[in-house]
Design a binder for this molecule. Structure first.
Ligand SMILES: Cc1cc2nc3c(=O)[nH]c(=O)nc-3n(C[C@H](O)[C@H](O)[C@H](O)COP(=O)(O)OP(=O)(O)OC[C@H]3O[C@@H](n4cnc5c(N)ncnc54)[C@H](O)[C@@H]3O)c2cc1C
Length: 190
């Protein structure tokens, strides 16, 4: 079977979930993360909602996350005057009965660390690799990092947040050329 490699840019929640999925499906991949460590002490917390918890359960992470997180058993909503507008004293029980999971809170870095720890092969996750440029060739895509290393793969996935470098590069590439023109020229030797 022909090899196929995915380059995931960003090693936070999206990137680490993808890494676990690729590993479990036997799809070759690497993750490039710009920070020098996975799960730096950044951001505050994550709310795990039942739909996300089901995915984390399927990946084999939920039991650990359940121990690390705090459940939401009841929920109150207040308006701008401080008056009670919503009171759901049994929301935790309802969610568990309906979906199998309560809403739970934990530190952002804990979630990312659990996902990273769940990977059997951690050598596919590269830290201190901030992506600066993406180039596509006829049969591969090349991803250049701030350290000068160039990684090659078949497809790039942007999991690098709202200020995504991958999205910026996609815009640059789209504006640089008529879609498909460069590939046509390369493949036809023009
Ligand atoms: C103020 C605020 C509060 C929030 N509060 C909550 C909350 O309470 N509960 C909740 O569930 N969600 C909350 N969110 C939303 C949550 O943070 C996001 O949904 C989540 O972080 C998205 O994950 P992600 O992996 O897609 O991107 P991100 O978490 O943004 O991660 C992007 C990753 O890509 C890396 N990266 C960026 N650029 C590059 C590059 N060029 N090369 C390589 N790596 C790169 C970054 O270092 C980072 O590791 C909040 C968001 C904000 C802004």
């Amino acid at each position: 079977m022909a090899s196929f490699k995915v380059i995931v840019v960003g090693g936070s929640v999206t990137g680490m979930v993808l890494a676990n999925m690729f590993e479990q499906y036997g799809i070759d991949y690497i993750v490039l993360e710009k920070h020098h460590t996975i799960a730096p002490q950044l951001g505050a917390g994550f709310a795990l909602l039942p739909n996300g918890s089901r995915v984390l359960d399927q990946l084999g992470c939920y039991d650990v996350l359940k121990k690390l997180s705090a459940p939401v058993n009841s929920l109150c909503g207040y308006d701008q005057n401080g008056d009670l507008r919503e009171d759901r004293p049994e929301i935790g029980q309802w969610l568990e009965e309906l979906f199998g999971y309560k809403m739970r809170f934990l530190e952002r870095r804990q979630l990312i660390k659990v996902l990273f720890d769940n990977l059997s092969d951690k050598s596919k996750v590269y830290t201190s690799c901030g992506v600066i440029k993406i180039r596509y060739c006829s049969k591969m895509v090349k991803v250049e990092t701030d350290g000068g290393t160039i990684f090659e793969g078949d497809i790039v996935v942007g999991a690098d947040g709202v200020h995504s470098r991958v999205a910026q590069e996609m815009q640059r590439l789209a504006g640089e050329d008529i879609p498909g023109k460069k590939l046509f020229q390369q493949e036809n030797g023009k």
